[in-house]
Design a protein. Sequence first.
Length: 180
Amino acid sequence: MTAPETAPRLALDPARTALVLVDLMDRIVGLPVEPRDGTAVLSAAEELATVFRKAGALVVLVRVERPGVAEQPPGSGLVAGLAARGDLEIVKRSIGGFQGTGLDARLREHGVSTLVFGGIATNLGVESTARAAGDLGYDLVFAEDAMAALTAAEHEASVRLDFPRLGTVVTVGQVGFGAG
């Protein structure tokens, strides 16, 4: 019996690719999410961020603030230790990470044309940001095991129905740079 064939690794260009992690804040990572808990999503996201930073690729951390609220709820900052020197932090005030944030201009300044996504919630912040990115002409990659939603059904609908129409769905282990 032969070993099962492993899924191929992507051969991304670190100079043209950015990792976009959405809403990895204590108050969101701590929500009851599925099909994996927030701690597992955070661990996968940190693994991806390490791969991107090692390759010299841009890491973008998107977090939400409630508009018109002077004092944000506790846990509104990024999870401690997630951000590193050289990362780009974007504060959004809507579901998606592009509207009114300057994210598109910042990505273009860096020469980015491909975005790899992870975060919480799959069908809300991640999908909304990805849809806007697709409209702006970016190539999209979705690291399925670096995401979760409020229900497994919502996560699966995005991953199985929507994301394949927008880009490529992969696992964290398939994300790589160079020749593959």
